[in-house]
Write a protein that binds this ligand. Structure first.
Ligand code: TXA
Ligand code: MG
Length: 316
């Protein structure tokens, strides 16, 4: 397999030059790290699918830094989508709209719709602006592994597969962006994330929700197993005891467990739980642990996104 020398840099201009030249660059955002390529260059985009071992039918989110790009890359933008962008761009919201010819078919895996996101992390915006083109970027993990929230985790998955990693801070949200389908008469929440359904509802009161198995539009990515550590993930409500042996067992939650795990993390809030979840999964894999018990939390607010990721990690 092709091996590249992966440059680890904190220089935005250097990383931007590589993106403009059609190379792959991993970069920080406020949600998770992204694996970027020029979204308008089919050859560059094909490298993303190769590096990530991503199925070719799973489309990519296109990252922008300026509102004017929405009109260049998408059309038929409803008023409710403009209201959502006014409120939540830049930030952890992605919107799905009908695409223009500026986006090649490979970027959207053949779909006539494109996902657009304007990240809020200043370093990410600076990189996009310096590269001067929309950047396609999935999470910078090998397909199926937990999304990386630190540049060191990206190196673990992607060294030798990308031209560069732009180093930055640990992701402040730690879960991928909220995705809303804005291509129909009313908005539909496709993937819960840091922007909660409650926040979306205040701006777009008619918003609908897709539940897996109910039919209707879902993101192609939702059919794949995701966010999964090698260990088996099981839910453990407060006060309950594990159903497996407690050897080689980890625990993550808000409440201290009723047993003594090999390795544990007690989060201080749902936000802290979300921020640390994927890095915790990766640490459990490094330690070779067999079971991870996770405390379930109420599926409201950020809890909806957190429980979605826990269920995915359990293979559901
Ligand atoms: O926070 C995030 O969104 C991160 C950072 C890097 O921006 N990106 C991210 O990308 O999570 P990815 O590829 O790991 O997840 C994108 C999801 C997938 O489930 C994909 O199927 C869906 O978005 N998606 C992308 N484009 C789509 C399209 N045109 N139609 C339907 N779903 C789409
Ligand atoms: Mg991903």
């Amino acid at each position: 397999m092709l091996q590249l020398k992966t440059l680890v840099t904190d220089k935005v201009e250097e990383a931007a030059g590589l993106l403009a030249a059609g190379q792959l660059v991993i970069f920080p955002t406020e949600t998770v790290y992204g694996l970027g390529a020029d979204a308008t260059n089919p050859e560059a985009v094909s490298r993303i699918f190769w590096a990530k071992q991503r199925p070719a039918d799973n489309p990519l989110i296109v990252h922008i830094w300026d509102y004017a790009q929405v009109e260049q890359l998408a059309h038929s933008v409803p008023d409710y989508a403009r209201a959502l962008m006014d409120e939540f761009f830049p930030g952890p919201l992605t919107i799905l709209l009908p695409k223009t010819a500026a986006i090649p078919a490979i970027t959207t895996a053949g779909s006539d719709k494109v996902c657009l996101r304007m990240p809020s992390l200043p370093l990410a915006l600076a990189l996009l602006k310096a590269a001067g083109r929309p950047i396609a970027a999935p999470s910078a993990n090998i397909s199926g592994r937990p999304s990386p929230t630190r540049w060191q985790d990206c190196l673990e998955d992607m060294e030798g597969r990308v031209a560069a990693i732009l180093t930055g801070p640990e992701a402040s949200h730690g879960l991928e962006s909220t995705i809303v389908d804005c291509s129909g008469p009313r908005p539909i929440l496709l993937r819960p994330g840091a922007i909660t359904l409650e926040q979306l509802t205040l701006v777009a009161p008619g918003i609908g929700v897709v539940r897996p198995g109910q039919g209707g539009p879902v993101t192609p990515g939702m059919k794949y197993r995701h966010y999964a550590p090698q260990a088996r993930v099981l839910l453990l409500p407060p006060g309950e005891l594990p159903v497996t042996s407690i050897e080689n067992t980890a625990y993550i939650g808000l409440t201290p467990p009723a047993f003594k795990p090999t390795y544990s993390l007690i989060a201080s809030s749902p936000e802290d739980y979300a921020r640390q979840l994927f890095a915790f999964f990766r640490e459990c894999d490094r330690r070779g642990l067999s079971f991870i018990y996770a405390e379930p939390i109420a599926p409201t607010g950020l809890g909806r996104a957190l429980m979605n990721r826990l269920y995915k990690a359990m293979g559901e």
